[in-house]
Design a protein around this ligand. Structure first.
Ligand code: HEC
Length: 266
């Protein structure tokens, strides 16, 4: 009898302790966390860049937020694309108009339309790599009488594939400050042409009669208004770089400021 009374008491005590158990309280929320949740809903479909307060970032400032270049990494934008545009995307070859073998080599997206042209981490399966390293001249790309790619270019492409063949870019610390207060042709404008344009607008291959290799050619096309039209992709203008991505806003702003400041030769 006594035992069962104890037993009931124990059960009651147990139930009581359950009942009075304080529900888990996460405590006051960190106001910063709440803020980010409100203004920064987790939505990966939104690719508009935002700053830490959730406000859209002026895309002209994006470049400076890119990670600084790492010398051990090969970047598509600055290392690989210029090789492709300069050696493979010439008129009649893998430019958007000719698109030999339905292959256009002027942007990452165009490249990725084919599964076997570049296979990340796999040189043997990457047809492009096979073609540029082909010993038989008749099978090689670029085809004779063009020169083969240089050893340095081949190594870069190989490393890029082995590093995963990503659509990556980096901040090389130059020309990306987006400070358009005083533009210098040599330091700010010319590097843009060197990076994105001279493979098709050099002295020997001045497509459309436009040479961007030096001040003279660049300034004359700038003064006609065509330069800004083609880089801004304004209606009625060709879209440059031909077949490629639009150049970063920061660079467009630099060209625009250079023109507004009187197309200076400084
Ligand atoms: C892949 C090659 C290629 C690249 C890279 C390229 N262009 Fe062109 N560009 C052309 C060709 C080809 C034409 C001539 C098109 C035509 O006349 O139909 C042309 C024409 C032009 C014209 C003359 C447009 C006109 O209406 O007369 C300008 C200006 C120009 N490009 C500027 C640029 C600038 C600036 C860049 C770099 C941001 C650039 N291009 C990069 C191939 C290229």
């Amino acid at each position: 009898m006594r035992i069962s009374v104890y037993f009931v008491l124990i059960i009651l005590a147990f139930l009581w302790s359950c009942h009075s158990e304080i529900p888990f309280d996460p405590g006051p929320m960190d106001p910063d966390v709440i803020d980010t949740m409100l203004v920064n809903p987790v939505d990966t479909s939104m690719n508009t860049p935002q700053d830490s307060t959730g406000m859209p970032v002026d895309s002209s400032a994006i470049d400076s937020t890119l990670a600084p270049c790492d010398t051990s990494v090969i970047y598509f934008e600055s290392d690989i694309l210029p090789i492709l545009i300069g050696n493979c995307a010439n008129a009649g070859c893998h430019d958007p108009i000719s698109a030999q073998h339905e292959l256009v080599l002027t942007s990452y997206d165009a490249l990725k339309l084919h599964d076997d042209v570049i296979v990340p981490f796999d040189l043997d399966k990457s047809e492009l790599y096979e073609k540029i390293t082909e010993d038989k001249v008749s099978d090689r790309m670029p085809p004779a009488p063009n020169e083969a790619l240089t050893q340095d270019q081949i190594v870069k492409i190989g490393k890029w594939i082995l590093q995963g063949a990503q659509n990556n870019s980096c901040n090389d610390g130059s020309n990306h400050s987006c400070d358009t207060a005083i533009i210098s042709f040599a330091n700010d404008v010319k590097p843009i042409f060197d990076t994105y344009c001279i493979t098709c607008h050099g002295s020997s291959n001045a497509n459309g009669g436009v040479s961007l290799i030096s001040y003279n050619g660049a300034s004359s096309v700038a003064k006609t208004g065509k330069l800004l039209g083609v880089v801004k992709w304004t209606d009625g203008f060709l879209m440059m770089p031909l077949g490629g991505n639009q150049i970063p806003d920061c660079d467009i702003n630099t060209l625009s400021a250079w023109i507004n400041q009187g197309v200076t030769n400084n």
